[in-house]
Design a protein around this ligand. Structure first.
Ligand code: PPE
Length: 323
C-alpha cells in the first residue's frame, strides 16, 4: 500500500500553509475534467545535506506541460525553484518525493478551462521506491496491457497531465488484478511505449535500448539520466521502436522513473527475462544511486543543495552594523 505520511507544510498559491489546511473545493474545475498538470521530483540525503535531483529539468517540464495546455501558472521557474527549497526546509526532512501540481480551480465550470483561475501547489511526503525496495533489488513481474497508451493524436503524452493517468490507472489495475506488479503499455502502432508511470529500457547483447520520445511517451528525466549513464559506462545505445516479443527475448528489461528509480523486470507475461541477474541494470542502478546521493562528482551539476536559508534582510543589516 502506498500511503501518504503527513509532513508539516504544503506550498500553496504563494505561501506555506499547514498540511491539513491545503484543501480545495469539491467544485474545483480540474477535479472534474482532469485539467491538471504535475511533476514528480525527489530529494535525497547527501554528504552535504539534502539535495534535489534535476530540479530545474523537472520544473522546465512542468512549465512545458502548462504551455501545451495553455495554462497560465503565474510563477516563473525561479519562483517555483525557490518555493520548492523553502518547502523542503519548512518540513525539515532530507529525503522525500516532491509533487508540484497546477490545476483549474473553483468558480467556473464547463469544458473551456481558460476562465478558471489556476491554482499551484507543491507538496512533499516520504515515499519509498514505487515498485517496492524488493522490486528494485529482485525485479518485478509485468504484463503487457490490453490498454493502449494515450495516443499523441488524442492527448499529448509529453505533457504530464492528470487526465493521462486515467489511462495509466486502467493499465495498472488490469495488471494487478491479473496478479502482476506492473503494466507495460504499447502505443497505437503496437510498439512498446512505457509503463503507467515509468519509462522502459531493454538490454540485448550489451546494447541498451529505449523507445524514442516520439513513440508516445513521457520524456522522462530518469530516462535522460540513464541514457547518460549508458554512455558513461561505455555501453552501446539505441533509441528505437521495438515490439513486445523483443521484450520477451531481451537479456534485461527495466523501468525508470522518479518514483520507481531503476527497477528491473524479472518476468513479462509469464516469461522469465534473461538469466534473472541484471548485470547491466546493476551498473546503471549504481550510477543512479551515486548521482542522487551526491557520491558522483561527474553528476554533481544535477543536484540542487537545499542548504540553510539565506540570511534575512535584518540579519544582513546587523552584519553591516558590525562592520
Ligand atoms: N512515464 C510516465 C507515464 C510517468 O508518469 C513517469 C513519471 C515517467 C515516464 C518517468 O519520468 P521521470 O520521473 O521524469 O523519470 N511518473 C511520475 C509519477 C508516478 C505516479 O504514479 O505518481 C514519477 O515517477 O514521479
Amino acid at each position: 500500500m502506498v500511503g501518504v505520511e503527513a509532513l508539516k507544510k504544503i506550498w500553496m498559491d504563494g505561501s506555506l500553509v499547514d498540511w491539513d489546511r491545503a484543501n480545495v473545493h469539491v467544485l474545483s474545475h480540474g477535479l472534474h475534467y482532469g485539467y491538471a498538470i504535475f511533476e514528480g521530483i525527489r530529494c535525497h540525503a547527501t554528504p552535504k545535506g539534502s539535495a534535489v535531483f534535476r530540479l530545474d529539468e523537472h520544473l522546465d517540464r512542468f512549465l512545458q506541460s502548462a504551455l501545451i495546455y495553455r495554462m497560465k501558472l503565474g510563477y516563473s521557474r525561479e519562483e517555483l525553484h525557490r518555493a520548492t527549497l523553502d518547502l523542503i526546509r519548512a518540513n525539515g526532512v532530507d529525503e522525500a518525493y516532491i509533487r508540484p501540481i497546477a490545476f483549474s480551480g473553483y468558480g467556473h465550470m464547463g469544458l473551456d478551462p481558460t476562465p478558471a483561475k489556476v491554482q499551484v501547489a507543491i507538496a512533499m511526503w516520504p515515499w519509498g521506491p514505487y515498485l517496492g525496495k524488493e522490486g528494485v533489488e529482485r525485479g518485478v513481474r509485468a504484463s503487457v496491457s490490453s490498454w493502449i497508451r494515450v495516443d499523441p493524436r488524442s492527448m499529448p503524452p509529453q505533457a504530464k497531465c492528470a487526465a493521462n493517468y486515467a489511462n495509466s490507472a486502467l493499465a495498472k489495475m488490469e495488471a494487478v488484478a491479473a496478479g502482476y506488479d506492473e503494466a507495460i503499455l504499447l502505443n497505437g502502432a503496437g510498439m512498446v511505449a512505457e509503463g503507467p508511470g515509468e519509462n522502459i529500457f531493454k538490454v540485448k547483447r550489451g546494447v541498451v535500448g529505449t523507445p524514442p520520445a516520439n513513440s508516445g511517451i513521457l520524456r522522462g528525466v530518469t530516462r535522460d539520466s540513464v541514457i547518460r549513464f549508458v554512455a558513461d559506462e561505455g555501453l552501446d545505445f539505441q533509441r528505437n521502436d521495438f515490439s513486445r516479443e523483443e521484450l520477451y527475448s531481451a537479456d534485461e528489461v527495466f523501468y525508470t522513473g522518479t518514483a520507481a528509480g531503476i527497477t528491473p523486470i524479472r518476468e513479462i507475461d509469464g516469461r522469465p527475462i534473461g538469466s534473472g541477474d541484471y548485470p547491466v541494470t546493476r551498473r546503471l542502478q549504481a550510477r543512479y544511486d551515486a548521482a542522487i546521493r551526491g557520491r558522483a562528482p561527474q553528476y554533481e551539476g544535477w543536484l540542487t543543495y537545499v542548504r540553510p536559508p539565506a540570511p534575512k534582510a535584518g540579519g544582513r543589516s546587523e552584519a553591516r552594523g558590525r562592520r
